[in-house]
Design a protein. Structure first.
Length: 397
């Protein structure tokens, strides 16, 4: 879709993070395509970071509305304490003022829509008067305050978007639920290609070695420790296979601080497999990684809202083993594009590693790419998000 400048809808996308996790990659996917869909977009960030660098490189306007670091690091559980609630209130008011000042000062005037990503961004945007509010819900409502968050989502934004049907159901309030818009990926970048062996070379392993790769931010709930446990169980049955943990500690929150060190310590205890378990640093060009993998692993310890890694692997023609809960139920076709195992079941994950190691993967690789092209393109994703934003700009609540 193309529109003249006079027809374009002005939107400010407010992100609670300037890192490059799955949510931020999806925001980036939309941001670089927004102009072709009649959206004049400015991205508002609480601080500088990798996301801003990517946006600027792509020619997307960004502004920084500074937020207090203590507020940004506050976890959902900490918010329930007296001190945490005070930090939340002060931080929200201050960030909302900064967001309001930033968007009112944009060239051409304030936006018609505030499009927020992240719980704190949703609340802060609610305190900014004027624009319509669209919440993009990329997580389930927090367990301890689930009912409250559902009520807020039903009352405060003008529209809500969920990144999967599972998340939409998690936010359902009576007969109302967010519009489910599955994330997409850039199918020109994430594409099947011949392995070059660069990962093997970097890790110092034989070129013919099978790589089971887990690309994920280092966070407890992502399940890297459980994956190491499963690989230990399966290792004798999959000779020649190596486990690659690709990622890093990108979120500086109190809940995740120190986890990377815990993960390293766990791998070091697997002394018999010291030469077969590897760390690979966070990849700034993740599309280069997947063609080097034989199987991708995704093993969140709680229901995954979407699971972008799975769709990136699909697009590159790489089958995935994933936990059978949340978003992966929608993205993985068991026996066709990968395998699903019970959530948290380490023994079942180990068995699936063995099954995948012995499978004929050629037809699965073709099926993976076909599924990505059919359902998970970034172009389709941008079309659907833009339609919702344009609809809010032109309609009454």
């Amino acid at each position: 879709m193309s529109s003249s400048a006079a027809e374009a809808v002005r939107v400010a996308a407010v992100s609670v993070s300037a890192a490059l996790g799955g949510s931020e990659w999806s925001l980036l996917d939309f941001a670089v395509r927004a102009a072709r869909r009649g959206i004049t977009l400015t991205v508002v960030l609480p601080k500088d970071g990798p996301l801003r660098e990517r946006l600027l490189a792509a020619g997307v306007a960004t502004v920084i509305a500074p937020a207090d670091s203590g507020f940004l690091q506050l976890t959902q559980r900490e918010m329930l304490s007296a001190g945490g609630l005070m930090t939340l209130q002060r931080g929200l008011r201050a960030w909302a003022r900064a967001i309001g000042a930033a968007v009112r000062g944009l060239p051409g005037g304030p936006p018609a829509v505030l499009y927020s990503n992240g719980f704190k961004a949703h609340l802060a945007c609610t305190l900014v008067r004027g624009p319509k509010r669209v919440w993009h819900l990329r997580e389930y409502p927090p367990e301890l305050t689930r009912i409250l968050w559902r009520l807020l989502a039903g009352a405060l934004p003008h529209a809500t978007i969920a990144n999967s049907r599972a998340v939409a159901e998690g936010w359902r309030l009576g007969g109302l639920a967010p519009t489910a818009v599955p994330n997409g990926v850039d199918l020109d970048r994430f594409t099947p290609s011949a392995a070059t062996g660069w990962v093997h070379q970097q890790l110092g392993v034989a070129r013919e070695a099978v790589l089971l790769g887990m690309p994920a931010a280092f966070a407890r709930w992502k399940g890297q420790v459980a994956v190491v446990d499963a690989f230990e169980r399966a290792a004798d049955r999959i000779p020649g296979a190596h486990l690659v943990l690709a990622g890093g500690a990108i979120y500086d929150t109190d809940a995740e601080r120190g986890y990377a060190q815990e993960l390293v310590a766990r791998v070091q205890r697997a002394t018999a497999l010291a030469a077969r378990i590897h760390f690979l640093k966070f990849q700034t060009e993740p599309w280069r990684l997947y063609p080097e993998l034989t199987i991708a692993l995704h093993f969140s310890l709680r229901p995954e809202p979407f699971g972008r890694v799975i769709v990136e692997a699909l697009a590159c023609g790489v089958p995935t083993i994933a936990a059978r809960a949340g978003g992966p139920l929608e993205t993985v076709e068991p026996g066709v594009t990968g395998w699903l195992v019970p959530e948290g079941d380490v023994a079942a994950l180990a068995d699936a590693m063995v099954t995948a190691h012995g499978a004929d993967l050629a037809p699965m690789r073709a099926a993976c790419r076909a599924r990505a092209e059919r359902l998970y393109s970034a172009e389709r994703y941008a079309d659907e998000v833009a339609a919702i934003l344009r609809g809010q700009a032109g309609g009454a609540r």
